[in-house]
Design a protein around this ligand. Structure first.
Ligand code: ATP
Length: 293
């Protein structure tokens, strides 16, 4: 990288010389000053409470600008609240997670964190405060310890182990001959879906974020793994604002609140029990889709 940085700065100097010579330096600096839509810079909040609000959010993916995904969506996650989002496939559940992490910005409306528009916050700081457990967590081709440490690069071995214990991963890791040094990924040991999820949970435990996004696995884990994952997640969610993209009845039944997403907006909101007592999409979804879970 030294070499690359060196040659880039070399080119930049040549370019600047050239532009100066041609009398256009000011225009170049104007261009350099322009930030990409989601660039560095912005505020960091102290004492983050974890209050999230989507207000009148409209969104379409840049590659498909004519296909509206969210159309005036409003939602609120109170600090520490566990909210499950359900809805038909393609309703925009994962899109909510992408907007909250600021991989994209709304086309209209805004997403607020503790009352501050996400666009005013430093993206890196924001992502440091969001933990993510994906359906199919991607592990890097390195040791299990380093995969967990990705959540907090300066963590000690003892902290990595403590996180693994909280994630119900310590016991299986210790059963490998190389323990925490076991290589995983392409050329290493293949972990099961449930084992990978527990590595991702351990990462999130180490990271200790105010906000959590859980994308629940659609495919069933074996019964033991299922229980260990669920138990670890419950511990992880405690006291954190959590958005779960839910696929299981037991998850929605335990959430503080359920939001039903359809047609780019939240069409129902309430506890599982209250939503089950009404006619509507939620009850149909539960009867149809969750019946096997
Ligand atoms: P599922 O339950 O099937 O995962 P979902 O509710 O999470 O669906 P999203 O993944 O948020 O739905 O997708 C919402 C809409 O946006 C869909 O029509 C989808 O095809 C589209 N979409 C998702 N990601 C992209 C992308 N990167 N580029 C373009 N369109 C996308």
């Amino acid at each position: 990288t030294m070499l690359v940085a060196f040659s880039f700065s070399g080119i930049a100097e040549l370019w600047a010389d050239f532009m100066r010579a041609s009398g256009a330096a000011e225009r170049v600096f104007e261009l350099l000053d322009r930030r990409p839509a989601i660039g560095a810079g912005g505020e960091q909040l102290t004492d983050l409470r974890g209050h999230v609000r989507f207000r009148g959010v409209h969104f379409a993916y840049p590659t498909r600008p004519d296909v509206p995904v969210l159309q005036g969506l409003d939602l609120e996650l109170r600090p520490g609240e566990v909210v499950a989002v359900v809805g038909p496939s393609g309703a925009g559940k994962s899109t909510l997670a992408s907007l909250l992490s600021r991989f994209y910005d709304p086309r209209a409306g805004e997403v607020l964190l503790d009352g501050h528009p996400l666009t005013a916050l430093e993206p890196e700081w924001l992502r440091r405060n969001i933990g993510m457990v994906a359906q199919e967590p991607q592990l890097f081709s390195c040791s299990i310890a380093d995969n967990i440490r990705y959540g907090r690069p300066d963590a000690t071995d003892a902290q990595v182990e403590e996180a693994a214990r909280a994630a119900n991963a310590h016991a299986y890791i210790e059963r490998f001959p190389d323990g925490y040094n076991t290589q995983v990924g392409e050329r290493g040991v293949q972990l099961s879906g449930g084992q990978k999820q527990r590595v991702a949970i351990a990462r999130a435990v180490l990271k200790d974020p105010r906000l959590l996004i859980l994308d629940e696995a659609t495919s069933a884990l074996d019964a033991e793994s299922e229980h260990l994952v669920k138990d670890a997640l419950e511990r992880l969610m405690k006291g954190r604002t959590t958005l779960i993209i839910a696929h299981r009845l037991s998850t929605v039944a335990n959430a503080d609140r359920v939001l039903v997403l359809d047609g780019g907006a939240v069409i129902q909101s309430g506890t599982h029990a209250s939503l089950m007592s009404q006619e509507g999409l939620y009850r149909r979804l539960v009867e149809r889709q969750f019946v096997a879970a």
